[in-house]
Design a protein around this ligand. Sequence first.
Ligand code: IPM
Ligand code: MG
Length: 369
Amino acid sequence: MANPSILILAGDGIGPEVMSEVRKVIDWFGAKRKIKFNVSEDLVGGAAYDVHGVPLTDETMAKALSVDVVLLGAVGGPKYDKLDFSVKPERGLLRLRKEMELFSNLRPAQCFDALADFSSLKKDIVAGLDIMIVRELTGGVYFGEPRGIFPDNEGGRVGINTQRYTTEEIRRVARSAFELARRRGNKVCSMEKANVMESGILWREEVTWVHENEYPDVELSHMYADAGAMQLVRWPKQFDVIVTDNLFGDILSDTAAMLTGSLGMLPSASLGAPDKNGRPKALYEPVHGSAPDIAGTGKANPIACILSFAMALRYSFDLGDEAVRVEQAVESVLASGLRTADLMGPDGGKPVSTTEMGDAILKALDASL
Ligand code: IPM
Ligand code: MG
């Protein structure tokens, strides 16, 4: 692919800080591996609101649809808490997901050996953990209609959101989970609440349909999402790929992320349907948020965002070997004992800054040549 294009939307809070470190890694590939990317930058979230009065302009939306890959930092912050719901920073991100049709959100939870002690769970429960949560990202209660806050008949108000899933919405995300499982441990566990929700019954039936008709070679199990949450902290290594809806996936992926010790470590990929060249529309972002409490202090961990770029190398640019190169560079830096503030144990030590961590990863990349 000649000069693939990347749109960087650094967003709010620590977004711009971690994204500068990713930028260095992208430039490293141009300089040292002759893999050049056409990089452009634009605003999203509160940063876009401050300039344009909306969290995502139509122009930025159009750009996002025209590039190969969008890299996003984070959106939101207390400064924007009082804004009208329709222009909150999060709406910018949700618009990107919806209009790019990014229905499959891959959230790996991998425990780095060097960090197994940082988990709130016992080391033997999480050491070597490698699971993948596939979260449906463009449907369910996040987008279902009707929605809103309305007057009720007793002089009060009623808040309404609608959990809604169609056959095709469920089948396409199930396929993406089964495809991934085939390249991993060949197991999928589907989570819903079929015991109390009709949409959960449909979810279970359609996932089962895709399994029986298209992926009978993959092992499929089902779990109620509450039991799944419990099993995730009881014995997470029983899972390989978990597929679940938008809201359960939001919650379960934060739980899974924390098993690994730090939210600052986890990347994600959001993929759409393949285009005519067989490439899915794609947006990559760290799982962590904008962390306004530490924004601007140099404390942010850039690793999740750098690993999100590694996922882009793998899933959008067919550069799996280069993705491994980045992942191994991160691993070797962690193994050497370097830590950002979020990874400091109770015994202390001196944390490195966001840029020092980025520089160390560049050095490790140099060493890999
Ligand atoms: C996530 C976040 C988002 C979500 C917010 C920022 C809209 O929590 O990506 O998990 O709820 O999907
Ligand atoms: Mg979330």
